[in-house]
Design a protein around this ligand. Structure first.
Ligand SMILES: Cc1cc2nc3c(=O)[nH]c(=O)nc-3n(C[C@H](O)[C@H](O)[C@H](O)COP(=O)(O)O)c2cc1C
Length: 215
């Protein structure tokens, strides 16, 4: 039976390029930096989109896209509303995974680790750098909580804008950053006939150790 939802005939080959041992940086953050640079060249608007997977204390997972705002040896950071579903999950269970899929490059990166809140001053600094519309929406919304209607939401934005006609929207204390401190990072490069290249870095007492995984 041919159903509308049958996608088994959808196929593509992954032919962009290999990822070989001698191409790999010893430090996965340096490797990530190289791949991010390449992704920014191909698609600057989408390169920083990443899936953030969390789980509550019962183990129920929940995934959504957020935007990577900075990364370094310390970890990978994004900004959000601490009162959101992800905020509730992370308060109960600070373990999470970030996942990037860079379509044009046929690459996936998975980053597992432990999440901490960034300092309040850092959240405030980034909040104040955002455009007025984004600041208003963030301050007027209690992310992931139900709202009666679109009109209520728009009214809340309008009220906030009127109350702060000078454009200085106070930084909501519940809006801020998280940083994921990585303990495992995997680089996946699509290859012909699904014989993909995968390298997994694990953080050990003596530093990062890398191994090739079967596809
Ligand atoms: C391209 C894209 C970028 C997004 N960036 C963010 C972000 O940086 N921070 C954020 O809180 N939500 C962002 N969102 C919205 C989230 O996917 C999600 O709807 C929201 O954070 C609520 O998720 P939660 O209920 O699981 O906490 C983005 C969504 C998309 C599609």
């Amino acid at each position: 039976m041919k159903t509308k939802g049958d996608l088994t005939a959808t196929r593509r080959e992954y032919l962009a390029q290999p990822l070989l041992e001698h191409d790999l940086e010893e430090d996965p953050i340096a490797q990530f930096s190289k791949w991010m640079e390449a992704a920014m060249e191909v698609s600057p608007d989408d390169a920083t989109s990443m899936t953030l997977a969390t789980a509550d204390k019962s183990g129920m997972p929940s995934a959504r896209i957020v935007l990577l705002k900075h990364f370094d040896d310390e970890g990978f950071a994004w900004y959000t509303d601490y009162r959101s579903q992800k905020g509730a999950d992370l308060a109960e269970n600070p373990k999470a995974e970030l996942m990037f899929y860079w379509y044009g490059l046929e690459r996936q990166v998975r980053i597992q680790g432990t999440v901490e809140k960034l300092a309040k001053a850092q959240g405030e600094k980034y909040f104040n750098e955002r455009p007025l519309g984004s600041r208003l929406s963030a301050a007027a919304s209690c992310q992931s909580h139900p709202v009666e209607s679109r009109e209520k939401l728009e009214q809340a934005v309008h009220d906030l804008e009127s109350a702060h006609a000078d454009g200085n929207i106070p930084h909501p204390p519940e809006w801020g950053g998280y940083i994921l401190k990585p303990s495992r990072i995997e680089f996946w490069q699509g290859r012909e006939n699904r014989l993909h290249d995968r390298f997994q870095f694990n953080l050990t007492a003596t530093g990062w150790q890398v191994q090739r995984l079967q596809p």
